[in-house]
Design a protein around this ligand. Structure first.
Ligand SMILES: Cc1ncc(COP(=O)(O)O)c(C=O)c1O
Length: 401
């Protein structure tokens, strides 16, 4: 839904699409508040609590007077150091703290990156289905998002040929994300390297969103595009954060890592928009990075179990097909066979209409593929309890059988 044009709202902001994932969540929450028993598959966050040692570090940080005041926009020096070290390990190259900007979640890192990189008319390639924030932040930077449509025939992964067909002399950057939201697609190391080589050969910037790096399943492995194609170090931005790995979505700590001049420009921008990230949250993020991945691994195992169960139940619904998601915590089934059939009193012709009908008839919230640039599908998050997962999918099965 686009905000209606009024004389006083700027064209730039009026043109922003409402985040459909948040819209479904809001409608589901309103139904819940009205006493309905809604099962929400809309959430984009782990259902687990932040590990206790991280919470304790934050509680202790509340009593540190230094944290009661402004700190450097770029981030607490100790956290910048820790992120530089982590990224250096990930990409197998030296990373200086001056290459790190701590942001309000990875989302602000995405927005800062495009604002700092894009001139009017510059094109940014990304694959669809895409995370809703990418095209909007590209447009807010006066850039042009160019979506390369993928489908389940390639596991929702773009080939170099597809990317090359979409490249023009205005292409400035490629947005790369693996694992992906909403499909759970994960590129193999050789595919990642091929994409990275193609970008490097064509002088493109690569913005790589590694937020789901720890959430991969089965034989899938996360691979860092900058590690595989070291030439990209000079022309890439690595985006990451603590939200998904440590169940810390509410703390709002992410980061961007790139060449020092680009980071300095982004720090300058952030100094005029939000300044430093909340110091207590930064202290919590530091504790997360200094600790081990034990809690993250336990979460990953739970997600993996739910992933397999969700795919099994989705595939058992007549008319539904579902590619196997290999990462993140979403399934992205194809629901196009269900269109044009009666659901309750309605006959949905689009997945947007279908998802409203599903919410109203079965009290199950799923996000329509329209939100991700690919109608015909829907996203179901499996970051919810096992019982709710069973109940929600049983309701869908009943609705469509
Ligand atoms: C692909 C992707 N990148 C980044 C983010 C943002 O994460 P954060 O909570 O750190 O802003 C999300 C959140 O849903 C996401 O799905």
């Amino acid at each position: 839904m686009t905000i209606p044009a009024t004389p006083y709202i700027s064209r730039l902001v009026a043109a922003i699409e409402e985040s459909a994932t948040l819209a479904v969540d809001a409608r589901a929450k309103a139904l819940k508040a009205a006493g309905e028993d809604v099962i929400g598959f809309g959430a984009g966050e782990p259902d687990f609590s932040t590990p206790e040692h991280i919470v304790e570090a934050a509680a202790a940080a509340c009593h540190v007077p230094r944290y009661h005041h402004y700190t450097p926009t770029a981030g607490l020096p100790e956290l910048r150091d820790a992120v530089a070290e982590k990224t250096s390990r990930d990409i197998d190259a030296a990373v200086a703290p001056s290459q790190v900007l701590i942001t309000n979640g990875a989302k602000q890192a995405v927005a800062n990156t495009f604002a700092a990189l894009i001139d009017p008319g510059d094109e940014v390639l990304l694959t669809a289905p895409y995370w809703v924030t990418y095209p909007e932040t590209i447009r807010l930077a006066n850039g042009v998002p160019i979506a390369v449509i993928t489908d389940e025939s390639t596991g929702f992964r773009a080939t170099v040929d597809q990317l090359e067909a979409a490249r023009t002399d205005r292409t400035k950057a490629l947005l790369f994300a693996s694992p992906q939201n909403p499909t759970g697609a994960v590129y193999s190391p050789s595919e990642t390297e091929a994409v990275g080589r193609w970008a490097a050969e064509n002088g493109l910037w690569v913005v790589t969103d590694d937020i789901y790096e720890q959430l991969v399943y089965g034989d899938a492995r996360f691979s860092s595009i900058v590690r595989l194609v070291p030439e990209l170090a000079e022309r890439s931005v690595v985006i990451n954060g603590v939200s998904k790995t440590y169940a810390m979505t509410g703390w709002r700590v992410g980061w961007m890592v790139g060449p020092p001049d680009l980071i300095a420009a982004a720090v300058n921008l952030q100094s005029h928009t939000t300044s430093n990230v909340d110091n207590v949250a930064q202290a919590a993020a530091l504790a997360a990075l200094q600790g081990d991945l034990g809690a993250a691994e336990a979460m990953r195992e739970a997600f993996d179990r739910r992933r397999r169960r969700m795919v099994e139940l989705l595939r058992a619904i007549p008319g539904v097909t579902c590619a196997e998601p290999l990462g993140a915590f979403y399934a992205y089934p194809n629901l196009s066979e269900l269109l044009g059939r009666q659901v309750g009193a309605r006959t949905p012709e689009t997945t947007a209409e279908l998802c409203v009908a599903i919410l109203d008839e079965a009290k199950v919230a799923v996000v329509p593929g329209e939100a991700f640039g690919t109608p015909g599908y829907a996203r179901l998050s499996y970051a919810l309890g096992d019982d709710d997962l069973e109940e929600g999918l049983n309701r869908l099965t009943k609705l469509f059988s």
